[in-house]
Write a protein that binds this ligand. Structure first.
Ligand SMILES: O=C(O)CCC(=O)C(=O)O
Ligand SMILES: [Fe+2]
Length: 423
């Protein structure tokens, strides 16, 4: 391919081959991003054309050592993470590999609005009078039914523990790529996994997000390559958030008219699966071109989220995207696919997404409380009737999780596979 065809404007300013090579080696990210529209723009060559270009290594070549001869026209391999990419000096544009959006073609047709999100006073669930508890249970049920999303206040988890968890997670990400690489490119069900995007091995274009995923229950794991306090802090943090999640579930079962003992047994909640996920979204030079995480639902029963004071989460509510601005000291909680299954579609898992910004690194710490990996989950029989037919087929939770993680993240695609009737 001729240089002038790919970079027509270069002909005007750079004439000598050596100048062109030098310019490209220094500015390749900016040139590709600004000259080549996003791979999602169907008026441009498809992704396969991009990644077979001699100017840009394919993701699979990036995952394995490159066998191509190096020249000054071939950029060094793509970074292992967004953090590594943004640490490199003078990144002024989003490389095509991370350009998930083209603002000219992807006009957001769904408005983004500000709306008050329900708040649940946790202390009234555990220490309130029977009347107060009954009222909170009703409110919790309404929040699950109408929003699938709420803020929990007065939860009793010390601010110092939340801060320590955020600091420890940031220290994990601050390690070298070699240290973190110990957990990279692992099978999706590996108990400790580090990476970029959601599933970079199957995605053509990547999300502006790095993550660490650690299984913490029923068996507790912790990365050995981490700050020394990570183990102790994550153990305490996940134990307290699991207890909070279980108490919320107790209230949710009550709001659905289900017996706690039946649910604990059906979902084998003593061996519940819990995962701790750290997400970082470094500052992005062109936030309008990148996505932190696309619209998706979470797989478990409940997701409990803490962030580092930088906003970016949006939830879908009645067809609009709502920007989430959590109250100080609160936890954000959302309903997952398995609550939708168990409740036979009454409490739907909520769609949410993460946006990025150009100013500061955003970090979120997510913990998901879910059925046991071996539980076969189906709608609670008490919620199935002639009027409310069975909405979902059953599946072993571990299988659902593995299939979800092995594919691309897209709205509620995994749950939709189990749906027996259109909504
Ligand atoms: O970072 C966020 O706010 C959202 C993270 C998220 O949705 C997830 O990890 O599933
Ligand atoms: Fe999520």
């Amino acid at each position: 391919m001729l240089m002038g065809q790919v970079f027509p404007h270069l002909r005007l300013r750079l004439s000598k081959p050596a100048q062109v090579a030098n310019f490209l080696s220094q500015n390749l990210f900016s040139v590709l991003a600004s000259t080549w529209p996003s791979p999602r723009n169907h008026t441009t060559p498809p992704v396969s054309t991009f990644i077979s270009s001699p100017f840009w290594p394919s993701p699979s070549r990036f995952m394995a050592p490159s066998t191509l001869p190096r020249s000054s026209l071939i950029p060094s391999p793509l970074p292992n993470s967004v953090k590594e990419l943004t640490n490199s000096a003078s990144l002024r544009s989003v490389p095509p590999q991370y350009a998930t959006r083209n603002p000219e073609t992807t006009i957001d047709i769904e408005p983004i609005i500000q709306e008050e999100i329900p708040t649940v006073d946790f202390s009234l669930l555990t220490e309130g009078t029977p009347e107060q508890r009954a009222q909170v249970v009703r409110h919790l049920g309404k929040a699950c039914e109408e929003w699938g999303f709420f803020m929990v206040v007065n939860h009793g988890i010390p601010e110092s523990l939340r801060e320590a968890m955020l600091d420890s997670m940031m220290e994990f990400f601050d390690q070298t790529e070699e240290e973190k690489g110990e957990y990279a490119r692992k099978h999706v069900m590996n108990p400790i996994r580090y990476g970029t995007s959601f599933n970079s091995t199957v995605e053509d274009v990547w999300y502006w997000r790095d993550y660490l995923r650690v299984f913490v229950h029923p068996v507790f794991y912790s990365p050995a390559k981490a700050p020394p306090s990570f183990r102790e802090i994550s153990k305490e943090y996940t134990t307290s958030t699991r207890a909070m999640g279980m108490e919320l579930l107790r209230g949710i079962w009550e709001s659905l008219g289900l017996e706690e003992n039946d649910m604990t047994k059906a979902l084998d909640l003593h061996s519940c699966y819990q995962v701790l996920v750290g997400n970082i979204y470094p500052p992005c030079p062109q936030p309008e071109l990148a996505t932190g995480l696309p619209a998706h639902s979470d797989h478990g029963l409940l997701t409990i989220l803490l962030q580092n004071g930088v906003n970016g989460l949006q939830v879908k509510h009645r067809g609009n995207w709502v920007r989430v601005e959590p109250l100080p000291n609160s936890f954000l909680v959302n309903t997952g696919d398995h609550l939708e299954i168990v409740s036979n579609g009454r409490y739907k898992s909520v769609l949410h997404r993460a946006e990025v910004n150009s100013q500061s690194t955003r970090m979120s710490i997510v913990t998901v409380v879910a059925p046991s990996l071996d539980a076969i989950v189906e709608p609670a029989s008490q919620l199935v009737s002639d009027e409310h037919p069975m909405m979902f087929g059953g599946m072993r939770y571990g299988e659902f999780l593995e299939r979800l993680q092995a594919n691309r993240l897209k709205e509620k695609s995994m749950l939709d596979l189990l749906r027996l009737h259109a909504e």
